[in-house]
Each structure stands twice: as C-alpha cells, then as structure tokens.
Design a binder for this molecule. Structure first.
Ligand code: ADP
Length: 356
C-alpha cells in the first residue's frame, strides 16, 4: 500500500519536476540579483561562498514550497473537480447505455463550485426529458401494436373461415367483407398515424385559402347522410351565411369530419346532432352538439390524447387518434377547442378559429 502511494507521489513529482525547477531557477536568480544590489547599496561585500549558500537555500526553499502548494492544490482539485467530473462521466455512460433513470446528486457547496452544480442540474433535467421521450416512444409502440392486433385477428379469422370448403356464396361474400373491413381499419389507422406524425413534426405548414366556412361544413356533413338516415338521427343546422375564413381547407375538413363522425358514432338511434356556426369580426365559432352517451369529466380530461378511447363499446369503429389529430390541427391554427359533456345527456364540442 505504502509502496503504491510512494509510486504515485514520485509520478506526481516527476510530472511537475520541470515546472518546479523552472520556478525555483527564476526565483533564485531574482533573489540573488536583489541581494547583490542590496548589498552594493549598503556597501556590504558578500563572498562567493556566501552567495552560493544563499542561492542553494533560496532554491531549496522554493522547491519545498512549490511541492507543498502542489500537493495542497492536487488534493483540492481531487475533491472539488475530479469527483464531480467522475460522477458526470459515469452518469453519461449510463445514459449512453439507455438507462434514463440515472440522476447525479448535487455536491455540497463547500466541495464544489457553483458551475458544477449548474452542469449537474442541466444533466438531471436532460435525463428526465430523455426519460419522458422514451416513455412516450414505448407507449406509442405499445399502443400501435395493440391497435393493430384487433384488425389483424379479424382478418385472420375471416381468412380462416374463407378456407372452409363448399362455402355458400352468401357466406363467402360475408367473410370477404370481414377481411376488407379489417384491412380498411388498419389502413385508416396508418393514415391517421402518418398524418399525426407529420403534424407533430411541424412538416405541415397551413396552406391558407379564403373560403366560405358554412359551405365547407355543409359539404362535410353531407358525407354522413347515410349514417344519420340509417341510424334515424335528427340533424339540425344553424349556419350563419357568408362566414369567410382564411385557413387551411384540407386540415379544417379533417376537423369537421372527425367531430361529426364522433357525434354520429356516440349518438343512439332517435337522437339529435346540432351543428351551429356563428362569427364575429375576428373569430368563427363552430359547435357540434349531440344528445348521445356523453362522457365523465375523467374521460373528458384525456380525449385529446393519442390512442385514448373512453368509450370502449365503440372501439371497433375508431382507434383513439381522431381527437388527437383535431387538437393538433387547432393548435397549429392557433385556435381553441373545448368540450362540455355530461353522461347520458350528450356532448358539445366548440371550436374557435381566427377568421383571417
Ligand atoms: P375514437 O372515436 O376513435 O375512439 P377519438 O379520438 O375520436 O377516438 O375520441 C376519443 C374518445 O373521446 C372516444 O373514445 C370517446 O370516449 C370520447 N368521445 C369523443 N367524441 C365523443 C362524443 N361526441 N360523445 C361521447 N364521447 C366522445
């Protein structure tokens, strides 16, 4: 053990030997010059021998003092700098290995400088951020895989049934329709994921056009004519005329299609869907009200999250991405969306968008 310390000491000494010698030489020369000029001004004559002794003493003292200062400084550096650097390096290595739970304890102020503590603070925040991004990523993969399983197993089941020998024409068509429906659901989900991905990565810049918002709403609504007729849902529209907006036509169509499709999906036969459009000089307000199943405040708090489905009884008809898309589009347009709902009574979605 002691041998190891001696080796370390010698290594340290040799590292600084040139430095010590140089400092000692310079200081010795300066001291000798000073002493000789002092002795001249005081009319003292120093023998060569006395000068040599003074030089050796000065040199020795300087070397000893340098070594002492060097040791003190090395210990100080070990405690205040090396320890923090080592902690940060070890934590960074863990992050590189994919462990985002790692955090560095801030050092006591006495043992480190404030700079290190602010680096440690930033590091911890970075690790936290990376951890939450990783959680989002894994949640996303888990959700997509889960959502893909349902249509895949539907297709698999109908595919197996289609292999049954001597199938009647009617059954064959029914099973084939099942396969088509499963693949349609998968395609819808993929389209929504891609759209959301593009919207979230800001690769879509709104393509601003001036158009009549009322006309657009009526056009979108007409796509659902079959749905409201087949389900015996009463449709009421209160659309203000000539509400011209400057917005992205395609993106807004997505908003209305998703809101209308939800309103019809969650409203029982015999219910009502009421669409209103009002406007003032600066903003247009669209309300989509239904008399459907409504939702609890707990469900309402999550509906704009990706893959969230509050009402699982309708899960076959959706994938929980519709409102996430709607919210993202409204955010890009710097608009607002809100929902009022009570269980069993229905829901009202209100969208506020800037007109110009
Ligand atoms: P999806 O409709 O595919 O389930 P959405 O993102 O469109 O996904 O909606 C998320 C959830 O919000 C739905 O599962 C449902 O619980 C709730 N929701 C949306 N619109 C309505 C509505 N009009 N009435 C009741 N609940 C709704």
């Amino acid at each position: 053990m002691s041998e190891m310390y001696i080796k370390k000491f010698l290594k340290l000494l040799s590292k600084f030997l040139v430095f010590f010698s140089l400092v000692a030489f310079v200081i010795t020369c300066s001291t000798l010059l000073f002493v000789s000029s002092l002795s001249k001004s005081m009319n003292l004559t120093l023998t060569e021998n006395e000068l040599e002794v003074a030089a050796k003493l000065t040199f020795g003292n300087v070397v000893v003092l340098s070594i002492i200062f060097c040791i003190i400084d090395t210990v100080r550096r070990k405690l205040t700098v090396d320890r923090s650097v080592k902690n940060i390096t070890n934590a960074s290595k863990k992050i590189m290995e994919g462990n985002f739970n790692v955090r560095i304890k801030p050092q006591t102020k006495l043992l480190t400088s404030d700079n290190f503590n602010s680096i440690i603070d930033c590091f911890n925040k970075m690790a936290e951020e990376l951890g939450s991004v990783e959680t989002l990523r894994t949640d996303f993969i888990a959700n997509v895989s889960h959502e893909m399983k349902t249509p895949l197993s539907i297709m698999q089941n109908y595919g197996t049934l289609l292999q049954t020998p001597n199938l009647s024409e009617e059954k064959r068509i029914e099973y084939a329709k099942g396969v088509v429906e499963g693949s349609r659901r998968m395609a819808d989900m993929m389209t929504n994921i891609l759209k959301l991905n593009r919207l979230e990565n800001q690769q879509i810049y709104p393509n601003l056009l001036e158009f009549d918002l009322g006309e657009q709403i009526c056009e979108c609504l007409l796509h659902f004519e079959n749905v409201w007729e087949n389900n015996n849902i009463k449709i009421i529209t209160e659309i203000e005329n000539d509400v011209i907006v400057k917005a992205d036509f395609e993106l807004l169509s997505l908003v209305w299609n998703n809101l209308f499709s939800n309103a019809f999906k969650f409203t029982e036969s015999g219910g009502e869907v009421i669409i209103t459009l009002t406007a003032n000089e600066s903003y247009a307000y669209v309300k989509v009200k239904d008399t459907g199943c409504g939702m609890t405040p707990e469900v309402g708090a999550h509906i704009f999250e990706k893959f969230y489905q509050g009402d699982t009884s309708h899960s076959v008809q959706g994938n929980g991405l519709g409102l996430a898309l709607v919210k993202r589009i409204i955010d890009i347009m710097q608009g607002e969306i809100s929902v009022e709902s009570s269980v069993g009574k229905g829901s009202t979605f209100t969208v506020k968008i800037r007109r110009m």
